[in-house]
Design a protein around this ligand. Sequence first.
Ligand code: TLP
Length: 345
Amino acid sequence: MTTIDLRSDTVTKPTPAMRRAMYDAEVGDDVLGDDPTVQRLEEMAAARLGKEAALFVPSGTMGNLISLLVHCGRGDEVILGDQAHTYVYEAGGSSAVGGIHPRPLPNLPDGRIDLALLEASIRPDDIHAPRTTLITLENTHNRCGGAILPVAYMDAVGELAQRRGLRLHLDGARIFNAAVALGVDVKTLVRGCDSVSFCLSKGLGAPVGSVVVGSAAFIHEARRARKLVGGGMRQAGVIAAAGIVALTQMVDRLAEDHVNAHRLAEGIASLPGIILDPATVQTNIVIFALDRPGLTPSQLAAQLAGQGVWLFAIGGQRLRAVTNYHVTAQDIERTIAAFAAILSA
Ligand code: TLP
């Protein structure tokens, strides 16, 4: 029985083309500015997102941390969603390392933060208050079920940030999922952002790495911050080469993951005990709740694993399945059948 791994899109393994590119990569000491493959990836990423410059980093977590360290001084406040990956899953890094004060506001179910609340939460110029310097958004929104923040909302927050003298950082770990699903150029989606961190190692399939983009001045400081957190890498062209393949070959196919996620949602939504509106599934993440006396989310996950289907319980009554390029349309039918066998019993 083969395993269908829906735990995350981070489980994707490098494609044959990536392995070949890694083998052939021309490399140098990137901390000394000598790695041509890293430079090519950074130039490609900056151009693709419509920003002046880019920095290759080991992970999305480090990309967000570096960005926050550059935008905020100690004691400054960042406004972010209470379901944001940066707030929930990054080990409190911006507070621990940067002394940055988080101001979590409720994420709406569609991943947005209410605009009026955002604006009202900006601190007054008062010696008692931390200084609000940054807003961080997440697109697509992981804990909001892969929800897309549309162009109009991104632009509105960008305009608000600019008008109020704040910076806007985007955790765009899955920004290409959003761009592909909306059918818009990713540049358009991020035009109001001062910085964006996006991941090569999720749906795009690279084994390691994220890229931070922004102005040349921002990236200059980000390079120093990367050093500070120990993220300067030497012959990193070996992994950047896979990132180049990710950007050139793996973006458009994300649409298949979205179709599979939607089919999965439709296939399980009507099963007894599953609480899920398939219309809310916009990209490759399916989050649903379980309401079944005598069966906890962890027990359901364990029973599915017994049938070769892996996914995660993510707290409370919720579970998450993430489609990715190792998961085929037939795998989705097998997954639906496994759910049905357990829940109809
Ligand atoms: N998300 C992982 C887990 O950490 C939850 C996953 O399986 O989805 N931003 C967002 C929106 C993310 O979803 C993730 C990873 C990150 C940042 C961090 O990226 P890495 O894992 O490269 O540090």
